[in-house]
Design a binder for this molecule. Structure first.
Ligand code: ZN
Length: 467
């Protein structure tokens, strides 16, 4: 009998980790870090209920840290098998995992210096070396739907999920004990993108399966008809008239590239003036290179721009600051300009060096293009606080504060139903995962109502036996 256990990515959108056990084999699909509230983050420190060295193979659906950031910990605890993922994801992980290791080290360091720890000294969950050890195990495959053996008796097929560069939906086929070539098929939606999203292809139709793990981030919400391009054009035009700088805090992998793509389009359509655009994040610059590399992921528009020998992620007057000196020189720039920098919630990174000058400037504009979690500096500014603390200084908020919606990389519930409608056969059970409790329950309701299928909403550490 096969079994699936939900070690994360249920009841929350972080910490994705699904253990499949069948015919003496153990496979872990995704190995994400829990993020957000303290209760969730503490789970990162708990020893897993399985022995890491007993896992035969790991499969990764996409590069986001909530799907990959626990992998270095798993390796540190003894996992030494293969990690199969798409080629673009493997490239993005070379940027993201070592960075995550450094952040863990910095956090431990901070706790030690401020005596915030009951364990002395506070240790990092893992460090940069562990992250690099995890990268050694990567086994990249094309996102082309071809079944490939990931370990004896188990095949996996990766297909484009349309969420970020390299994101996959994955079909795992585990051979049955009786030697007749039959197998049990598990389909993981991963994070599904929405249709007609720029840069990446639409989600591939789901292959038939016995059990389906379906994401439900927007299980109870719809994106609506947000025209984010018009919002962005208005903000940039207003700022250009005032002659002030525009600061866009953005996550280095994914969001920065989507923003660049949009600004280039607006420039070409002459809806905004050509302004100097500076990408001040070494990680973003590296990620942009990965975006240009894997043509199998690109949608038709992106491919046709490339075919004309133009760069889809390069605006007319763009530069990237790699060194700290280049970053500091930006402070000398005058006049209207656009600075894109990380981190996206203004919790650290180079964006803070810009924010300390831009936030008190009444001619300047800060534009939020992503979710701002409670407690972050980004959220405080977005919520209209009059003064915020940036790098230990209290700074008055006098700049214009704007928000562009519609940048979500997730399918809403109607798009998930559209995706599911391509299945020719009803799965035996659909599990709604990767959603807050209300969203996962709502998604389950939508699927039952539309298709009449058997749907379950699993909880944390639930194990389900499958026949
Ligand atoms: Zn994701």
């Amino acid at each position: 009998m096969a079994k699936i256990t939900f070690y994360g990515g249920v009841g929350t959108v972080t910490g994705s980790k699904y253990l499949l056990e069948h015919n003496g084999k153990k496979i872990l699909v995704d190995c994400g870090l829990f993020q957000g509230l303290k209760d969730l983050r503490e789970r990162n420190w708990q020893d897993p209920a399985f022995l890491p060295h007993e896992i035969d193979a790991v499969i990764i659906t996409h590069a986001h840290i909530d799907h990959t950031g626990w992998l270095p910990r798993l390796v540190k605890l003894g996992f030494n098998g293969r990690v199969t993922t798409s080629r673009a994801t493997a490239d993005l992980l070379k940027i993201l995992l070592p960075d995550s290791g450094r952040l863990q080290e910095e956090e431990a360091d901070y706790r030690n210096r401020h005596a915030l720890t009951s364990h002395t000294p506070a240790l990092p969950l893992y460090d940069e070396r562990d992250a690099k050890a995890a990268l050694e195990l990567m086994s990249p495959v094309p996102n082309d739907g071809q079944p490939r053996e990931i370990c004896p008796g188990i095949k996996a097929s990766f297909l484009v999920a349309g969420h970020i560069m390299g994101a996959s939906l994955v079909l795992v086929e585990m051979e049955n004990a009786r030697d007749d070539g039959s197998s049990i098929r598990f389909l993981f939606s991963g994070d599904l993108g929405h249709y007609d999203q720029p840069i990446v292809k639409d989600p591939a139709p789901p292959p038939d399966c016995d059990y389906l793990m379906c994401e439900s981030t927007y299980g109870d919400r719809l994106h609506g008809d947000v025209d984010s391009e018009t919002q962005m054009a208005r903000i940039i035009n207003d700022a250009a008239k005032r002659g002030g700088p525009i600061l866009i805090p953005a996550f280095a992998v994914g969001r920065t590239q989507e923003v660049l793509y949009m600004i280039r389009e607006l420039e070409e359509q002459k809806r905004i003036p050509v302004l100097p655009v500076v990408v001040d994040s070494p990680m973003a610059a590296q990620a942009t290179q990965v975006y240009g590399k894997w043509h199998e992921e690109h949608d038709r528009e992106y491919a046709s721009i490339l075919a004309q020998k133009r760069h889809p992620l390069r605006t007319a007057s763009m530069s990237t600051a790699s060194s700290r000196e280049e970053s500091k020189q930006l402070n000398e720039m005058r006049g209207p300009r656009i600075i894109i920098s990380a981190s996206g919630m203004m919790t650290g990174g180079r964006v803070l060096h810009h924010a300390i000058r831009i936030v008190p400037d009444e001619n300047a504009t800060v534009v939020f293009v992503g979710f701002q979690a409670a407690g972050t500096t980004g959220r405080r500014i977005q919520d209209g606080e009059r003064e915020v603390k940036i790098m230990k200084n209290w700074v008055p908020v006098r700049c214009h504060v704007e928000k562009v919606e519609g940048f979500s990389a997730h399918a809403d519930w109607k798009a998930v139903l559209r995706w599911l409608s391509s299945l020719r056969q009803a799965p035996k059970t659909v599990f709604t995962t990767h959603g807050e409790p209300e969203a996962a329950a709502a998604m389950a309701g939508h699927i039952r109502e539309r298709f009449g299928w058997n749907v379950m909403v699993p909880g944390y550490e639930d194990s389900v036996e499958l026949t």
